[in-house]
Design a protein around this ligand. Structure first.
Ligand code: NAD
Length: 495
């Protein structure tokens, strides 16, 4: 049986002989493929100390040195794309095409970070008062703990690591214990690209390991992506320990279809965004909000498309989506579908019979009549289950979205530019798609939700990433001449 290694100070490190271990599965077969060690407190202390040492010299590296390393790293990610995608598929279960797509979006973040000499520029104001200049600069925060979810095992670590390293920080990554292996390869490729040992480290573990990082005095900043209850806990614990925190949580993304929308385009979008990656995307559409009399024709068009979907191993080029992450998660999804009729919801398509296959499969499910107060609407199911909510008016749709405690992503399908513009202004959601069902911003914008989808004020990656991973200094300078000598106890003014 294979064992996943930690990655500490530029080397793979086996777990301690007495370390607890977590089973890592191949979701397509259901079999245990390897064991991941749980870092104990001694290792957490060691890796944080190593990262602190490395951060001291890394912050002194020149901007061009950092840029060159990130350029090389970007090229290594491209060269190793097939290998990395295969690791993702083996542990996460997503299709090879989806894994390559995830990697491509992650690479965009590295490319953005390569512009670090522009992103880290300060400001300068000459003569703010007579003979006085002011300039500002941004310095690295120190050591960043990056804690990541199972559903994007390479993209989310790259969201964090690219900008954190570019800003001159060291990173300790604690990836999801469900699919931990690709993180170790990220570490090796960064080393191959020239990153000094200790600047990027990976330790594996569970909630206990995360809590040790959140409370550790050697950690300066925490970037977290995962479910809402854990995001809230991470935010509260780490801020109580004096750290800056960005904690991105779960989602319940609505897709509004107005009566004037092109229903074929809308049905395509609902299928792609609802069932891609088995619905295990934070930007997956989980509720289609059908306005007016759109529901019947839209459901019919969705069904035609849904019946053509192939569910199978991610390695099979014919699969549209693969298994879900664990047996427990599969059973939870099946339970949502089984209990939906008790809430007055119609199960229009029930794909849960696939759960009897070996591996953790659930076929596509379509629920009609989801609404607030029902489990299938209120909870983040995070599986291949698409709900349809019927509302009478545009205002009802906006009201439903704004009452929802999540605010990650939302989409509207319409041909009416003014309706789309109003919608973009009225919804309390961080990322909005107009005729775009997965509105994931590009790397030069920042990514983040509102309400229970984000704790802390900072979005992740893009410009806000550089802000989060740096601290501002403002320097006020005067070079007085001897003739200017004077005593003046008044509060300094700029006039
Ligand atoms: P999760 O919250 O279970 O785990 C995320 C990380 O937190 C893992 O590294 C895990 O080891 C750790 N963790 C788990 N329980 C913990 C606890 N009690 N205390 C401390 N740490 C703990 O999330 P997941 O199931 O891996 O990922 C899916 C979730 O992530 C979904 O809710 C999805 O919406 C969300 N997500 C959000 C975004 C976003 O950008 N908002 C992106 C991707 C995923």
């Amino acid at each position: 049986m294979q064992r996943v290694s930690h990655f500490v100070e530029g080397e793979r490190r086996e777990g301690a002989p007495d370390a607890d271990e977590i089973d890592v599965h191949n979701p397509a077969t259901g079999e245990v493929s390897s064991h991941a060690p749980v870092a104990d407190i001694a290792l957490v202390n060691e890796v944080v100390a190593a990262a602190r040492r490395a951060a001291l010299s890394w912050r002194e590296s020149s901007l061009s040195q950092r840029t060159n390393i990130l350029f090389s790293f970007r090229q290594l990610l491209v060269t190793h794309a097939d290998e990395l995608a295969a690791i993702l598929t083996a542990e996460h279960g997503k299709t090879t095409a989806d894994a390559l797509g995830e990697l491509a979006r992650g690479i965009e973040n590295v490319e953005y970070a390569c512009g670090l000499s522009e992103h880290l520029k300060g400001d300068f104001s000459s003569q703010v008062a007579a003979g006085v200049d002011v300039h500002s600069l941004r310095e690295p925060v120190g050591v960043v703990a990056a804690i990541t979810p199972f559903n994007f095992p390479i993209m989310v670590p790259l969201w964090m690591a690219a900008n954190a390293l570019a800003s001159g920080n060291a990173v300790v990554l604690k990836p999801s214990e469900r699919d931990p292996s690709v993180s170790v390869r990220i570490g090796e490729l960064l080393k191959e690209a020239g990153l000094p040992d200790g600047v990027f480290n990976v330790i594996h573990g569970n909630a206990g390991t995360v809590n040790q990082l959140l409370e550790h005095p050697g950690i300066d900043a925490v970037s977290f992506v995962g479910s809402t209850p854990v995001a809230r806990h991470v935010y509260e614990t780490a801020t109580a320990h004096g750290k800056r925190v960005q904690a991105l949580g779960g989602a319940k993304n609505h897709m509004v279809v107005l009566p004037d929308a092109d229903l074929d385009i809308a049905a395509d979008a609902a299928i792609n965004a609802g069932f891609g990656s088995a619905g295990e995307r934070c930007m997956a559409i989980s509720v289609v909000v059908a306005v007016g009399d759109v529901a019947e024709p839209l459901i019919n068009k969705i069904l035609v498309r849904l019946d053509k979907l192939n569910v199978g191993p991610g390695t099979d080029p014919g699969s549209d989506f693969g298994p879900v992450i664990t047996k427990e998660h599969r059973d939870r999804i099946v339970d949502y579908v089984a209990t939906a009729p008790a809430d007055g919801i119609t199960v229009v398509r029930d794909g849960t019979d696939l759960a009897s296959r070996p591996g953790f499969f659930v076929g596509p499910c379509l629920l009609d009549g989801v609404r607030p107060g029902t489990r299938a609407y209120d909870d983040e199911i995070f599986g291949p289950v698409l709900g349809v909510a019927r509302v009478a008016t545009y205002a009802d749709a906006v009201d439903m979205i704004n009452q929802n405690p999540y605010g990650n992503g939302v989409a509207i399908f319409t041909r009416d530019g003014n309706a789309a513009r109003l919608f973009s202004r009225e919804v309390t959601v961080g990322m909005i798609g107009v005729n775009v069902p997965i509105p994931v911003p590009v790397a030069s914008y920042s990514f983040g939700g509102w309400k229970n989808s984000l704790f802390g004020h900072s979005h992740i990656y893009g410009p806000e990433g550089f802000t989060f991973y740096t601290r501002a200094k403002v320097i006020t300078t005067r070079w007085p001449q001897p003739s200017e000598s004077q005593i003046d106890l008044g509060f300094p003014t700029t006039r």
